[in-house]
Design a binder for this molecule. Structure first.
Ligand code: ADP
Ligand code: AMP
Length: 209
């Protein structure tokens, strides 16, 4: 099954993708994670996009599309995938049509107030990318990753100015994709206000129908 996770930053796409990929045994492809991995490894791509990610702006379409095109050609994506954070513009959605056939687009629905709480409380382990929340999903020891013992960090783009910018970018560039995919009959709305396990169960039921 080929799925797209569409929704504002902080709605819980990565959290649900990690649970659903186990359930459906498909690949989880997060463009944000791919960019952050390149930044960490200081690749040419990483150097090019570092400042863009920190500011909360979008990486140019041609760069993002080329990265996804090559990732979808890897073996694990052939048995199905969750695209998390891609497409984010109409140009990316048009490009995806030429790369692969999407079965459903999950529209993550969450009130703005809750989005802000989730983004501002998110903490991550820089080396593994594991995500926590200071209130909703805290580590066993405050500020420390459960597995590696490393200090957790706040993403640069989870700081106040960048959050504001990212939410504006979502409204302007990404939200139009809800209509785009509704017209194609692919949208499944998902209420993301509950617990991750319950949201995932609801999503599996919706996908089975
Ligand atoms: P996205 O991938 O959409 O940007 P994340 O999955 O990283 O969002 O989630 C954003 C933050 O909200 C994280 O700190 C995560 O732990 C927390 N979170 C995710 N889903 C839920 C949920 N259902 N209830 C409470 N907190 C959540
Ligand atoms: P995310 O982890 O999905 O919140 O993405 C983090 C950042 O990576 C975004 O704010 C953008 O700077 C960049 N990014 C991720 N996916 C895309 C995309 N599809 N198009 C452009 N930029 C993206």
């Amino acid at each position: 099954m080929n799925l797209v996770f569409l929704g504002p930053p902080g709605a819980g796409k990565g959290t649900i993708a990690k649970l659903l990929k186990e359930e459906l045994n498909i690949a989880h492809i997060s463009t944000g994670d791919l960019f952050r991995d390149n930044i960490k490894r200081e690749t040419e791509l990483g150097k090019r996009v570092k400042e863009i990610l920190a500011s909360g702006a979008l990486v140019p379409d041609e760069v993002t599309i080329a990265m996804v095109d090559s990732r979808l050609k890897e073996d694990d994506a052939k048995g199905g995938y969750i695209l998390d954070g891609f497409p984010r513009t109409v140009a990316q959605a048009d490009a995806l049509e030429n790369m692969s056939s999407v079965d459903a687009v999950i529209n993550f629905c969450l009130a703005d107030e809750e989005i802000l709480k989730r983004l501002s409380g998110r903490r991550v382990c820089k080396s593994t990318g594991r995500t926590y929340h200071i209130i909703y999903n805290p580590p066993k020891v405050e500020g420390i990753d459960d597995e590696t013992g490393e200090a957790l960090i706040q993403r640069d783009d989870d700081k106040e100015e960048a959050i504001k910018h990212r939410l504006e970018v979502y409204q302007t560039s990404t939200a139009p994709l809800i209509d785009y995919y509704t017209e194609k009959g692919l949208i499944i709305d998902l209420d993301c206000s509950g617990k991750p396990e319950d949201i995932t169960r609801t999503l599996v039921e919706k996908l089975r129908k």
